[in-house]
Design a protein around this ligand. Structure first.
Ligand SMILES: Cc1cc2nc3c(=O)[nH]c(=O)nc-3n(C[C@H](O)[C@H](O)[C@H](O)COP(=O)(O)OP(=O)(O)OC[C@H]3O[C@@H](n4cnc5c(N)ncnc54)[C@H](O)[C@@H]3O)c2cc1C
Length: 419
């Protein structure tokens, strides 16, 4: 890690060392560019630390599809574990809410699913290469991801399987016996399951980001720890102002996850970025109830993943201001449900809160800032940024190098929201 050396220079400065920023840095370095990645914390310490660790092949349908309209009456009660929202925030951000709901129109589903499928499948290939290259293959589990219903979920499971199959994504519908064969240690609480067979998971998302950052540094890239205060156009490049100095660069990549919009405001960009907050808590695993893969409890609206630190229970979405005080009620609702399946022990460590960075159409911004040469935007990866970091980074690096992106990035153009 580079400590406060003033007056550094690089071809590319990446702002943010989450999964997206580290991936962009690594991909740019692979193209022979000199790279500095800057973050105020250790790589992978924020949203890319606290997620459910799923490298998801099947997350091509975001939260705002026509199903959201169907579920809206139950979400409006503000009691459902899947989605809670803060009324004053919703009023103040009515424009974002309306655009988010408008993106749930049936005509919007297929184009976004096609776009996300391209981004996800590229990302999964890269993860599988990079994790081996980083010497971290021990962290990845190729055991899939099980979505499971306690009640009668057969029609839902079959519909989801058919929808995924349209995009070539494989899954298997399981009955109670097949679920028990797959996860022999858990209590047979589920009557139907859908196993996403091409999905993988990791046992420590933050550690994987750190492994990728080490791989970047070993290949000649630099990681610098500092607070970024400003980015300023300078000549035909940029000056990045830090708490302890500055960096001059031809290209700047903004990969600050949920903090991305603020730094762009002084340049005249008003990015409609909102925050789907989420929480996690770890528990001492019960050796007799060992989980072999992440389970998404569809009726309970939570995910439990076996992690290095214990069983990580993550909960649904809380739509509110990024830095509003924590409200653990969703987590408190789902923990007893999770415990009833795996009978885990005491909590380990503190409860964690993070914010999924989300644009109204639930697609990330991947591409050039409309009015500034050499300024690249790589954020808004909502529920799947741990999965899609490598594809996002590879596309940005290709654009910087003037090469073709490994997948079609048209749907992700920043110009759809900012001019
Ligand atoms: C509960 C939950 C579960 C999730 N589960 C999954 C999952 O299973 N699979 C999946 O693919 N995705 C999942 N996600 C989504 C995923 O975690 C995010 O989309 C992803 O981590 C975003 O990565 P990022 O690099 O854009 O942002 P971050 O990881 O947040 O990185 C941004 C970085 O910018 C730095 N930064 C910000 N401002 C400054 C500044 N001024 N100066 C210096 N540094 C700064 C921060 O320190 C941070 O390190 C989940 C999210 C949540 C909340």
């Amino acid at each position: 890690m580079t400590e406060g050396s003033p007056g550094q220079q690089a071809d590319v400065v990446v702002l943010g060392a989450g999964m997206v920023g580290v991936s962009a840095g690594f991909a740019a370095r692979q193209r022979g560019l000199s790279v500095i990645v800057v973050d105020r914390r250790e790589p992978g310490s924020e949203t890319s630390y606290g997620n459910a660790g799923i490298l998801s092949s099947g997350s091509i349908f975001p939260l705002n599809t026509p199903a959201l309209w169907k579920n809206l009456p139950k979400y409006l009660t503000n009691q459902h574990a899947a989605l809670r929202w803060n009324m004053p925030w919703a009023v103040a951000n009515a424009g974002w809410v309306i655009r988010f709901l408008a993106s749930a129109a049936p005509s919007q589903t297929k184009p976004r699913a096609v776009a996300l499928n391209g981004l996800i499948s590229t990302s999964l290939k890269l993860h599988r290469d990079w994790i081996a290259q980083a010497g971290a293959s021990n962290r990845i589990r190729e055991t899939g991801w099980l979505k499971a219903w306690r009640g009668d979920g057969l029609a839902n499971a079959k519909a989801e399987q058919a929808a995924l199959a349209e995009y070539g994504i494989k899954s298997e519908v399981l009955d109670r016996q097949a679920i028990s064969a797959l996860e022999p240690n858990v209590i047979p609480a589920y009557s139907v399951g859908l196993l996403h067979t091409q999905t993988a998971s990791v046992d420590s998302p933050g550690a994987v980001v750190k492994d990728y950052a080490r791989m970047l540094a070993a290949g000649g890239g630099a990681i610098r720890r500092s607070e970024i205060s400003q980015i300023v156009p300078q000549g035909d490049g940029w000056r990045v102002q830090l708490a302890d100095g500055e960096i001059a660069a031809r290209h700047v990549v903004v990969a600050l996850g949920p903090w991305s919009a603020e730094l762009l405001q002084p340049l005249g960009y008003r990015v409609p970025l909102a925050f789907e907050r989420g929480y996690h808590q770890h528990f001492v695993p019960n050796p007799a109830r060992k989980l072999l893969r992440p389970i998404h409890d569809a009726d309970g609206s939570f995910v439990m993943t076996p992690m290095e630190q214990g069983i990580r229970v993550t909960c649904g979405v809380e739509l509110t201001a990024r830095d509003a005080p924590s409200n653990f009620s969703q987590l408190e609702t789902v923990v007893p449900l999770a415990r009833s399946v795996t009978e885990f022990g005491e909590p380990v460590g503190e409860r964690w809160r993070g914010a999924r960075p989300t644009l109204p159409d639930s697609l990330p911004m991947i591409g050039p800032a409309p009015r500034h040469r050499g300024l690249w935007l790589a954020f808004g990866n909502q529920h799947i940024g741990f999965t899609t970091g490598p594809g996002t980074g590879a596309a940005i690096a290709a654009m910087i190098a003037g090469s073709a992106s490994p997948f079609d990035t048209q749907a992700f153009a920043p110009s759809r929201y900012i001019a």
